[in-house]
Design a protein around this ligand. Structure first.
Ligand code: HSE
Length: 349
C-alpha cells in the first residue's frame, strides 16, 4: 500500500457521497497517498466493484434511486462481495444503522475485520454496542478500527480526548453532542416551532434517518457510551444511561429560560465517582456562565474535567454530511500514514 489506499464503501448515503467529494479534492491536491474507491455496496442502489478504482465523478452522478448501481455494476446490494472481492485495504462502514442496537453496522464492521480489512465507521450505535468486540477482533487480526466520526462529526474530539492528556485523570465528561437538537433549540429561541426547526435540520442533513434518535436523546446516549469507552476505558450499556430527549421542551419553556438569561440544552454527562460512572442524558436549563451555554446551532462541544488541569473544552461542527465525511478521511489518512511507515520499515530492513 505504498502511497495508495484502496477503499470499499458500505452505504452510499450523504456521508459516503461527501467522502467521495473529499477524496476527489484530496487526490487533486496531494500526490500521495492516492485514495481509490474499489467497491461500493448500498441497500437501495446495489453494488459495483472495480479493483483498479471506480470513477469518483461517475459515482457522484449515480442518483439515490433503487437499483441505480446497475449502470456501474449490479442493482442488488452485496456487502460481503464488496468486502471480499474488491481488493480493498480499508472498509468504510456508513450504512443506515439503528442507533440503539448498532445493527447492521456492527456486524458489517466485524465481517470486514475478520476478512483482514481495516475498518472506519461513523455509526455511533455500532461503536457504542460493538466497540469491545470489534476492538478485540481488530487487535487479533492486526488491523485498525477507527471511528472519529462517531462523536462530533469531523471535529477530532476522540483523538483530542485520548491522545492529548497523558498522565492526567479525567473526572467528568460532559457535552452537547447532538447537532440536530442543538439546532432545533436555537431555532425555537428565534421563534420557530419544534416541527419547523426539525424539518430544517433534516433538510440540512443533520438529522438521523429516523430523527426520533436525535430528539429522544438516543444519539447522544450512544455518543456518551462511545466516550465512556474511548476516554475512560469503561463499557456502559443503554440501561446504564438514563436518557431523556427534548420533546418535552415547549416554546413557553424556551421563552421563560430566555427571560432568565438561561438556555435549554441537551447535555450528555458522565461523572466519575470513585469506581463508578454516573452517566445521564437530558435537557438542562444552563446558567449563562456555563461554558456550554454559548454553544449554538449545529455546533457541539465536549468538556473534560481533568486533574490537574481543571475544565478543558473543544467546540466544532457536530453534524453534517461533509463534516462527518472529513472524520472518515482523517481516519483513512491515519491508517495509510501508519501503513506507509510500516512498509518503509520493512523496505529499510
Ligand atoms: N444526527 C446527528 C446529530 C448526526 O444531529 O448530531 C451526527 O452524529
Amino acid at each position: 500500500m505504498h502511497g495508495e489506499c484502496k477503499v470499499a464503501l458500505l452505504g452510499f448515503g450523504g456521508v459516503n457521497r461527501g467522502l467521495v467529494e473529499l477524496i476527489i479534492a484530496h487526490n487533486s491536491r496531494h500526490r500521495t497517498p492516492t485514495i481509490k474507491i474499489v467497491g461500493v455496496s448500498d441497500l437501495l442502489l446495489g453494488h459495483c466493484i472495480n479493483k483498479s478504482g471506480l470513477d469518483c465523478e461517475m459515482l457522484l452522478q449515480v442518483p439515490a434511486r433503487e437499483g441505480a448501481f446497475a449502470v456501474l455494476g449490479n442493482a442488488a446490494p452485496d456487502n460481503e462481495g464488496v468486502i471480499s472481492d474488491s481488493g480493498c485495504d480499508v472498509v468504510v462502514e456508513a450504512t443506515f444503522s439503528n442507533v440503539a442496537t448498532g445493527e447492521p453496522g456492527a456486524s458489517l464492521c466485524e465481517a470486514a475485520l475478520l476478512a483482514g480489512k481495516h475498518v472506519v465507521t461513523t455509526n455511533k450505535g455500532s461503536v457504542a454496542h460493538g466497540a469491545d468486540r470489534l476492538s478485540s477482533v481488530a487487535a487479533l487480526m492486526g488491523r485498525k478500527f477507527l471511528y472519529e466520526g462517531a462523536v462530533m462529526s469531523g471535529t477530532p474530539v476522540l483523538v483530542w480526548a485520548t491522545d492529548c492528556f497523558p498522565g492526567a485523570r479525567v473526572t467528568r465528561v460532559r457535552g452537547i453532542l447532538n447537532g440536530t437538537t442543538n439546532f432545533i433549540l436555537g431555532q425555537m429561541e428565534m421563534g420557530f416551532s419544534f416541527n419547523a426547526a426539525l424539518e430544517q435540520a433534516q433538510h440540512l442533513g443533520y438529522a438521523e434517518a429516523d430523527p426520533a434518535a436525535d430528539v429522544e436523546g438516543l444519539d447522544t446516549r450512544a455518543k456518551i457510551i462511545v466516550l465512556a469507552k474511548s476516554v475512560l476505558g469503561r463499557s456502559l450499556s443503554n440501561s446504564d444511561v438514563p436518557c431523556e430527549g427534548v420533546k418535552a421542551i415547549t416554546s413557553e419553556m424556551i421563552a421563560q429560560a430566555k427571560a432568565e438569561g438561561r438556555r435549554w440544552k441537551l447535555v450528555g454527562d458522565i461523572n466519575v465517582e470513585g469506581d463508578e460512572l454516573l452517566a445521564k442524558v437530558g435537557p438542562v436549563k444552563l446558567m449563562p456562565d456555563d461554558p456550554l451555554s454559548g454553544i449554538s446551532s449545529v455546533t457541539n462541544a465536549l468538556e473534560l474535567t481533568i486533574e490537574p488541569l481543571g475544565v478543558t473544552m473543544v467546540t466544532g461542527p457536530g453534524a453534517g454530511r461533509v463534516e462527518t465525511a472529513y472524520a472518515v478521511l482523517s481516519d483513512l489518512l491515519r491508517i495509510v500514514g501508519g501503513l506507509v511507515r510500516e512498509d518503509e520499515k520493512t523496505d529499510a530492513g
